[in-house]
Design a protein around this ligand. Sequence first.
Ligand code: PLP
Length: 400
Amino acid sequence: MTGRDRFLADVDGELAAIRTSGRWKPERVLTSAQDGRVHVESVGEVLNLCANNYLGLADHPALTAAATRTMNTDGYGMASVRFICGTNAHHRELEADLAAFLGTEDAITFAACFDANGAVFEPLFGPDDHIVSDQLNHASIIDGIRLCRANRHRFRSGDLDELERTLQEIRATSSAHVLIATDAVFSMDGVVADLVGICDLADRFDALVMVDDCHGTGVLGPAGAGTPAHQGVAHRIDILTTTLGKALGGGMGGVVAARRPIVELLRQRARPYLFSNALAPGLVAGARAALVQTAQGDERRRRLHRNAERFRRAMVTKGFELAGRGHPIVPVMVRDDHLAGALADALLDRGVLVSAFSFPVVPEGTARIRTQMTAAHTEADIDVAVDAFVEAADAVGWAR
Ligand SMILES: Cc1ncc(COP(=O)(O)O)c(C=O)c1O
C-alpha cells in the first residue's frame, strides 16, 4: 500500500463512520428557485421549511432584474481583489447603503460572512488584548478568534453572570482592549441574545462589543435594521457583522459595519479582503435592491413572525419540544441522531423539506430538526407542515 492508498483508506473509514453514526448530511437537489415551496429532484414540489429566505426575497423580481441589468452593463465577474482593480461603483454604493441601513458610519463587504468573521478580529486585536466569546457563537466567529493573537475567554451561552465574572477577572490585571463577541441570534437554537445586558456589562468594564447579526438583519427591528436596533442598542455596538446570504435576498456576501477608522483598517489589513476576489457586480446590485425591499418590508416581516407564532403554538399543542423564542428559527428537539434523520426523511415523503441537525453542527445528544419560517409561507402552509410533523413522528414510531 502506498502512502496515498493508506490516506484514501483513512478517508473512506471516516466516511463510513459518519454514515453509521446517523450524522450523514445528504444534499437534496433543488430544481426550482428558492421559495416557500420548491421542487426537489426525484421528489417533486415540497413545502420548504429550512431556508434562510426569511422575507421571501430570494426570487423577488426586483432583485433578479437589478442583478441581470448590472451583469449586462458591468459584466459577470470582477476578476480582481478590491484594492487591485476589483472595486467598481456598485461596491461603493452597496457599502454606503449598508452603513445607512445598519446605522453605522461605514461598512465593508466580503465574499461571505464566514470571511467577514474570519477577517475582523486579527487586524484589530493583538496579544495583550482579550476577547470574550459566547460558547455557542457561530463557527466562523470561533475560527476568526482563533486566527487572532488576543487572549481568549468563553462564557456559557447567555450566562451574563459568568460574563461579568470573566470581565472582572480580566480587568483585575489588564487595561488592554477587551471585546465581547456574540451572535445576536443563535442560529441552531433560535435564541435571541440579551444585547442590552451585554452592552451594560461592556460599559461597566470598559469593553467593546462585536455582534454577528446574520439571522437578525432584515428579520428584527424597525425596517428590518436588525437585533441591535430591535433592542435599542444599535449605537452601542462597536462591530457588527452580517450576511447578504439570508434575509437580504440570499445571494452571497458578508459585511462588517462599524466606525469609519475600524472599516478603513480592515480594508488595509483584513486577509480575506486583501487576498480574495471582489463580489460579482450582479450580486452587489441584487443586494442593493434587497435592501430597498427589506426596508419597505414591514408587511413581509409581519407575515413572517405571524407564521412563526402559528407554527410554534400548533407544534406545542401537538406535544413537540421546541427550542428558542421570538425568532422564525423554530428548532424541534429530537435528541437522537438516527431518529432526527428518519424524521426528516419521513417529512420529505409527506411533502415537507426539513433538515436534520446533528453533531458537529450541534452539540452531541441535541439532534434536532431546525425549521425556519418565511414570509413566503401561507397560514395554510404552516398547518400542512404541522400535520406532516405529527404523521411523520407517528410513522417513525417517535413517542414524544
Ligand atoms: C450566525 C452566522 N454567522 C455567520 C454565518 C456565515 O454567513 P455566510 O453564509 O454569509 O458565510 C452564518 C451562516 O450560516 C451564520 O448563521
